[in-house]
Design a protein. Sequence first.
Length: 381
Amino acid sequence: MKIQCHSRELLDAITLVSAVVPSNPTRPVLQSVRMIASKSGLRIEGTDLEVGLSAQVDEVMVEEEGVVVIPCSRLHGILRETQSPEITFSDDGKGHISIKAGRSHFKVPTGPADEFPAIEFKPPSPALTLPREEMLQGLKRVSVAAARDATRFQMHSVLFDCRDDGIRMVSTDGKRMAVSQIAGEESKRKTINNGQYILPLKGVDLLNRILAGEVEDEVELHLDQNEITYSSERVSLSCRLVEGRFPEYERAIPDTIEQAYDARVEDLLSALRQAALMTTKETNSVRFEFTNESLQLSTFASNVGESQIEIAVEKSYGEEDEFVIHFNPGYLIDLLKAVDSDKIRCGFRDRRTAGLFSIPENEMAYRHIVMPLVIQDGKSD
């Protein structure tokens, strides 16, 4: 193989693919990426056997076609540090590849190409077509509620619940849960079966990054019981699905809301960030006191101090003149940062039941459920 290409474009491709390359793999070859040079350009592939990723580099001059397997971290470091706009690769056929970038010259050992796993990016599985912007919006909204502990397989993930009327994306860590719904057109389902598909969080994060860089108005996902794949001219993703059953999320959605208040997202986010300054890991609680026209956030920690922040709210419905509840501020900050709406609706049944946060103009499009902190104090009784 002998090629010349723009170092910046290649760096972008390697950076994306490196997200799937494991640091401590079960097989040494998985620490590498596969570079495939052909008449159609240069393709970079990486995998950890659960997730596979491929990125295309189009602005490349291919003098000799070929395939090489090269350590990812070494190649990424060279590309990151070089100042040269052009970079040249030349495989000597004896287990090394020469890399030239300006006046810099590197000789890097290559791995056995036949040991690198094959990755299938275009399986003949049913497909689901969705608006790209809505897909991105939904992934952003639900990802914040997923468990970050990789040992909790069913919660370290996002559920794709495919139904006749569209698709729901759901995540939970046991203390909060996010549900984003995209209405679907039957004509665009392309025979995909109704059912639940659990995507590991690593695949979700990568899909989010990939879709953010695409330009198409619609995207097509292939889903079956074993994997999800996405493929475009620029990049392809293959991700093995999580086995098992996702928690019965519908049972966690409050079926009755007695009190509801609308607040400006910007105001509530600012107030929560201020209130959180006066909390600790041991006293990570903010007291919410709603009235018909205002919300007062207050905190108290004996070794830190106290705070009181008030913002305006609009009561949507409910009979109580005052409602008090406690929450972990971090959970609400996360959900507000993911909401691209001016207002958020805060709905409650009582102060011991999960709060339901939604977008006033389309409550079913996004629902975020957060468990409250049950704290006995003189003000809340």
